[in-house]
Design a protein around this ligand. Structure first.
Ligand code: NAP
Length: 288
């Protein structure tokens, strides 16, 4: 069992840190809004600290799941950031979805400070985090990955090293590109069913068994039919991810026409006040 710090107790981080404690690791958490850290330590075995630096002190592994590029930079190298508290040889594992560029930049700073760094974005959503069944795609040295993998096992269904620093984030971009058009297609299908006078649950029961079936259909059709979106993966985060995909595609020459279009549809959802709604809220835009 290891001494582990966890930074960022949001929708994803809160249950992920809980799985580490349940697996028997010695866990110290940090959250910017202290009330969430207090709530976490009242529910789980573990301590909370008031800065990333304090949480990281004495930890062999420091995991983070915060927001965007700037947020990760801040918790790593900002004032009272984790890197300043970590002992040489300790490994930073970043579960945030960020650009490959910031990942490589922070991995380099970590190396210079004698620290390890693994980019390890996740897929599987709020339910995957709560059930400890996340898909984790990693980048970093073979040595850092091999050391961190048994710790990540506390909440992983599958965990793979995809290559050097940034390869995990590039794989996560593939994941988001594959999801964007699919969720729009699902929203159009369910909205079409509704307007044609069909029952969404009955339609899904039949078509989910065939070629149209997907994780999104299985896990989101009910809440989409009910118009419930106050959970899950926030539209604001999806736009951050799609922005990263689109700018990386510019660099690599890949064409992402559908991804670019769906990004604009999510902008509409933000303008409807849905920045914190789950990404399945694309259907709300079609119902206007
Ligand atoms: P969330 O519920 O909004 O939580 C974000 C967490 O990061 C909060 O604990 C927040 O602290 C903290 N944070 C943000 N900026 C910070 C900063 N500058 N310094 C310190 N702490 C900061 O988000 P989430 O849904 O857990 O997502 C977290 C990351 O995982 C994102 O990169 C997202 O794209 C990715 N992700 C999410 C899902 C999902 O289904 N939700 C799935 C896969 C990947 P406060 O409590 O103080 O705001």
């Amino acid at each position: 069992m290891a001494r582990v710090a966890f930074l960022g107790l949001g929708v994803m981080g809160f249950p992920m840190a809980g799985h580490l404690a349940a697996a028997g690791h010695e866990v110290t958490v940090y959250n910017r809004t202290a009330a969430k850290a207090e709530a976490w330590s009242s529910r789980h075995k573990g301590r909370h600290a008031t800065t990333p630096r304090a949480a990281a002190k004495g930890a062999e592994f420091v995991m983070a799941c915060v927001g965007n590029d700037d947020d990760v930079r801040q918790v790593c190298t900002g004032e009272d950031g984790a890197f300043a508290g970590m002992a040489k040889g300790a490994i930073f594992v970043d579960h945030t979805t960020v650009s490959a560029q910031v990942t490589r930049e922070l991995a380099q700073s970590a190396r210079e400070a004698g620290l390890g760094f693994v980019d390890a974005p996740v897929s599987g959503g709020q339910a995957g985090a709560e059930n400890g069944q996340l898909s984790i795609m990693c980048g970093g040295s073979e040595q850092d990955y091999a050391a961190a993998e048994p710790v990540m096992a506390a909440y992983a269904r599958i965990c793979r090293r995809m290559g050097d620093s940034g390869a995990g984030q590039l794989t996560k971009m593939c994941n988001q590109i594959a999801i964007a058009g699919l969720v729009q297609g699902l929203a159009e299908s369910l909205n079409f069913a509704e307007r044609a006078g069909l029952s969404i649950p009955e339609v899904v029961e039949v078509i989910s068994q065939g070629a149209a079936g997907s994780w999104q259909m299985q896990n989101r059709h009910k809440s989409m039919a009910e118009g419930k979106f106050d959970f899950g993966f926030a539209v604001d985060w999806m736009r951050k991810d799609l922005g990263i995909c689109l700018s990386t595609a510019d660099e690599t020459g890949a064409s992402l026409p559908v991804t670019a279009l769906v990004d604009q549809f999510y902008k509409d959802v933000q303008q409807m006040g849905g920045g914190r709604w789950d990404t399945s809220s694309l259907i709300a835009r079609l119902r206007r």
